[in-house]
Design a protein around this ligand. Structure first.
Ligand code: CAA
Length: 387
């Protein structure tokens, strides 16, 4: 039975910051951020958007009325949870009017959570072929004002519907995965921001890729030349490229050129959004599918998922015939084009704003379809308008 991604879509906040302006404000050469890190813009999250609204807005585009009755699980991969106990998936389940006899929960392992959710969904559909699973990877990547990681911040969500006979990407049974207890990036429960060992996170990412790729190659007999494209977790766009370059001497010139060209197509959206943590790999996949003229039905795509801490996985997907008819290219372009640029001072003001705590209340206005409407008695209430 073929199982995989039937459709997938992203959602991002409607505000962004220009990376060159950030560089100037931080007394840094803009070329370092634009070329050395590989970012052009960064999504900026308004106070009224959280992982629930980002995730629900992403999923709204792909969930039809027929799907609502067939979805048995809503799984959210995130490392920006707003509650230690209650899962964002439970709220998203209600916002999307999914049938009640469903499981809804969150999965956590840094940026790997979305892939864990995807693989769990695939196994569920294998046992329940007529049912569907909604997987959402939703995060707000924040390192702090003036921090080393600030340039790699971002926000947004990717939603994927996992079904049999998928219309976009058929997932193969060939995952290789790796767990190593490394403190490269982690966020203790007391801390608003992650603690990052930048150089260690870069080397762990690259070494993890090499390990899971080589194991994958050993187990399957596939080599780089068998792949039409590779899609990477993209904490910043230079990161995946470093990992890709580290193995390209294993292959021929034509393959090198092909994989590098596809890589550039896979990072177009991330250059303008920044890190989505759990959603970054899948943002890269969407960018690849929507911006590449070189892929066709049957094209083989390798996907590398990395979660600091560290868990990583390499797996393969095959494009379904006619996949290009089931993408949301123009809606995604609209989201990117209709954003409002904010100044450094507005970004800094937004960054330090906080929702009320300790039972205090506040009411908000945000025209986005799903947004935080008010906070009262330590509960976030969400707006669900058609606008
Ligand atoms: N012009 C062009 N390039 C320049 C330049 C200039 N004027 N000045 C510097 N550069 C280049 C450097 O040569 C370097 O390139 P290479 O890496 O190819 O050598 C690049 O810009 C970055 O320079 P630095 O290494 O000096 O940058 P930094 O010390 O400011 O740190 C960082 C960069 C470690 C990525 C930091 O932004 C960070 O900590 N980010 C968050 C952690 C992260 O994203 N880690 C990635 C792996 S972990 C992961 O994937 C999980 C996740 O999502 C977080």
């Amino acid at each position: 039975m073929k199982i995989g991604i039937d459709c997938l879509s992203f959602f991002i906040p409607d505000l962004f910051l220009d990376i060159a302006e950030l560089a100037v404000a931080r007394d840094t050469d803009p070329a370092k951020f634009k070329i050395g890190i590989g970012q052009d813009q960064m999504a900026v999250q308004p106070l009224t958007q959280d992982i629930v609204t980002l995730g629900a807005n992403a999923a709204k585009k792909i969930v039809t009325d027929a799907d609502r009755a067939l979805i048995d699980m809503v799984i959210v991969g995130t490392e920006s949870g707003t509650d230690f106990s209650k899962a964002s998936a439970v709220v998203i389940h209600e916002l999307l009017d999914i049938q009640p006899f469903a499981r809804s929960f969150e999965i956590k392992e840094a940026c790997y959570g979305g892939t864990a959710a995807l693989q769990l969904a695939k196994e569920y559909v294998a046992n329940h072929p007529d049912r569907k699973v909604l997987v959402i990877a939703s995060d707000i990547a924040r390192y702090g004002l003036n921090s080393g990681g600030e340039v790699t911040q971002g926000a947004g969500a990717v939603a994927m519907l996992i079904t049999k006979d998928p219309r976009v990407l058929v997932l193969a049974d060939d995952s290789t995965f790796l767990t190593e207890n490394v403190y490269d990036f982690w966020r203790p429960a007391y801390s608003e921001f992650p603690i990052v060992d930048g150089p260690l996170s870069n080397t762990t990412y690259i070494e993890s890729f090499q390990k899971v790729w080589h194991r994958h190659s050993e187990v399957t007999g596939l080599t780089l030349s068998d792949y039409d494209a590779l899609s990477f977790h993209i904490p910043y766009t230079k990161m995946g490229k470093k990992a890709l370059l580290s193995v390209l001497d294993e292959t021929d010139e034509a393959t090198r050129e092909r994989l590098l060209a596809r890589y550039e197509e896979s990072i177009r959206y991330s250059r303008r959004i920044g890190n989505l943590y759990t959603g970054s790999l899948y943002m890269g996949l969407i960018s690849l599918l929507e911006n590449s003229a070189a892929l066709t039905g049957g094209s083989r795509i390798g996907l590398f998922s990395y979660g600091s801490g560290a868990v990583s996985e390499f797996f393969t997907g095959y494009l379904a015939e006619g996949f290009e008819n089931h993408l949301f290219q123009s809606a995604h372009q609209e989201l990117l084009e209709n954003r409002r640029q904010v100044s450094i001072s507005t970004y800094e003001e937004l960054f330090i704003q906080k929702l009320p705590v300790h039972g205090e209340s506040a009411v908000y206005e945000d025209p986005m379809r799903f947004s935080i409407q008010k906070v009262e008695g330590d509960i976030r209430y969400y707006r669900k308008t058609e606008s």
